[in-house]
Design a protein around this ligand. Structure first.
Ligand code: SAM
Length: 288
């Protein structure tokens, strides 16, 4: 059996064999540390299940997923790579490479098909950093039945998504993501394990879909209110909300009814408090 694709030596061999260079415009940074890809695959909960990968590159993570999962479906946008992957992953019959932009994939359909083959469908990827947020929101908003999402991203973005209340990284994104998922950082990954080396460090973040999302009467209103509360981080919640709803007295009444101190800042409010605020807001809206 060959050495893992993620070793520096094999990565170099594969790149040379196919005269490949990393395309910066596609966010290509290949992992060259077998222990890192192994740990990501092991933590993805893909064992015996179906796993979707975004951006297999030359197959470093795909290989480790293939060793554990029943089936791997990997979406790669770069037209040079299907040929490379067919060669580098030739030993693994449970891998299917789709040469497609993941943003254009019909995710619910892909998941429904995989559900015929496995009990659970999970997603695991070393994401291209230039489109981390659109890729993740495509997954979150699709409502596809993906139970666990384990992804490597720029550390700064990962810190915001996993941030807890009253910390410097806690913002609207943390609240909105944690409303649908339990979020935790699995590991930090230094920039030195990539070829080419990016300018930032990374972290692997895991999103476990909540069996039941907290009950919210009007989801759109909840999203808008969370964003409005964090509009200007240093401002009080009252001042931020006054811009969203110019009627000062109404804002004061709503905050009072929700039991929120108007001088508080959004960064100190728990998810449950934002939900309460949006419920009171919704009820007053239907009365007025
Ligand atoms: N998985 C490999 C690894 O860990 O070494 C490569 C990860 S590299 C950071 C990101 C990969 O995503 C690249 O192979 C790139 O071509 C691919 N990619 C970029 N945008 C994509 C998109 N919209 N859909 C699918 N793949 C994409």
């Amino acid at each position: 059996m060959n050495k893992p694709i993620a070793t520096s030596l094999r990565t170099k061999e594969i790149l040379e064999r196919f005269h490949l260079y990393a395309r910066k415009s596609l966010g290509q940074n290949f992992i060259t540390d077998p222990s890192v890809v192994r740990r990501i695959a092991e933590s993805s909960r893909c064992q015996g299940q179906a796993v979707i990968e975004i951006g297999p590159g030359i197959g470093a993570l795909t290989e480790q997923l293939a060793l554990l999962a029943k089936k791997v479906v990997a979406f790669e946008i770069d037209d040079r790579l299907p040929e490379v992957l067919a060669w580098s992953l030739q030993e693994y019959s449970n891998v299917e490479i789709r040469h497609q932009d993941f943003l254009k994939a019909d995710l619910p359909e892909v998941v429904a098909d995989l559900k015929q083959e496995a009990e659970q469908v999970v997603l695991c990827a070393n994401l291209p950093y230039y489109i981390t947020t659109p890729l993740l929101f495509k997954i979150f908003e699709s409502e596809a039945e993906i139970s666990v999402i384990t992804v490597m991203m720029q550390k700064e973005v990962g810190d915001r998504m996993a941030a807890r209340v009253s910390t410097k990284d806690y913002n609207a994104l943390s609240v909105l993501v944690q409303y649908g998922y339990e979020v935790k950082t699995i590991m930090k990954v230094p920039r030195t394990v990539f070829n080419p080396k990016p300018n930032v460090d990374s972290s692997v973040v895991q999103f476990v879909k909540r069996k039941q999302k907290p009950a919210v009467l009007d989801e759109q209103l909840f999203f808008e209110i969370v964003k409005a509360c964090f509009k200007q981080r240093r401002k009080t919640i009252y001042n931020n909300l006054r811009e969203y709803l110019p009627n000062q007295q109404e804002v004061q009444r709503i905050l009072q009814e929700a039991g929120i101190d108007p001088t508080e800042r959004a960064e100190n409010l728990e998810l449950e408090t934002f939900i309460r605020l949006s419920e009171v807001w919704y009820e007053r809206k239907s009365v007025c």
